[in-house]
Design a protein around this ligand. Structure first.
Ligand SMILES: O=c1nc[nH]c2c1ncn2[C@H]1C[C@H](O)[C@@H](COP(=O)(O)OP(=O)(O)OP(=O)(O)O)O1
Ligand SMILES: [Mg+2]
Length: 204
């Protein structure tokens, strides 16, 4: 595994919720985090059928645009009662034609579970695949998962995306009811980033 010995890392995302989580998670490493606020990053089309494929597309586009090492995240939720959907299409379920509305996406997930009369608990997991890419093209990949269940009605105004309908295993609140630091102790993104600690030379 290649060590990251730079001092600046570009977070290749247009999602503010992800960016704020990465800022908090990377703060202890003393790395300067740059983002789409510092560069007008391209928003490439996510045309691959896998999380890692799409994370690679985003990492490559960001490195090519800036010359900086970049960290991209492709993530989503797999709902067992929907045969793993929405999966890589998690963000697409929120598209309305006038931007993304995650209430629309969460309602669709619930409606489809009801239509199939899916049994409780309605198990699901968040998955995150991180691709760290250097300007010379070297890449390291890290994956993290958070197991839980889909609940209805949605609960909580914290967080982003599908957080209000996802209750992680062993907890009685949704991600949407948890402050960022609490979610960041157990989330898919945090677990992937924990595996990445070795890249920064920290103990795992
Ligand atoms: O912790 C999370 N809590 C709630 N929802 C989440 C989370 N993590 C991913 N998600 C959902 C929403 C997101 O829109 C989609 C991923 O889609 P994905 O293409 O990877 O991200 P995105 O389009 O929002 O931002 P970008 O591609 O610029 O990084 O999965
Ligand atoms: Mg995206």
């Amino acid at each position: 595994m290649r060590r990251f010995d730079g001092d600046t890392l570009l977070i290749a995302t247009h999602n503010r919720g992800k960016l704020e989580e990465f800022r908090a998670l990377l703060a202890p490493h003393g790395i300067t985090v740059k983002s789409n606020r510092d560069f007008d990053l391209p928003e490439p089309e996510e045309t691959e059928a896998t999380f890692v494929g799409n994370a690679r597309i985003k990492a490559r586009a960001a490195v090519d645009a800036t010359g900086l090492p970049a960290l991209a995240d492709d993530s989503g939720i797999e709902i067992d009662g929907l045969d793993g959907a929405p999966g890589v299409h998690t963000a697409d379920w929120a598209e309305t034609g006038q931007g993304r509305d995650f209430h629309v996406a969460m309602e669709r997930a619930w409606r489809e579970l009801e239509a199939r009369a899916a049994p409780e608990p309605r198990t699901a997991r968040f998955c995150a695949t991180l691709v760290l890419r250097w300007p010379d093209g070297h890449e390291e990949v890290f994956e993290g998962r958070a197991e839980g269940r889909i609940v209805w009605p949605m609960r909580g105004a914290d967080g982003h995306g599908y957080d209000p309908i996802f209750q992680p295993e062993g907890h009685d609140r949704t991600f949407g009811e948890m402050p960022t630091d609490e979610k960041n102790a157990i989330s898919h993104r945090a677990r992937a980033l924990k595996k990445m600690q070795a890249v920064f030379g920290d103990p795992a």
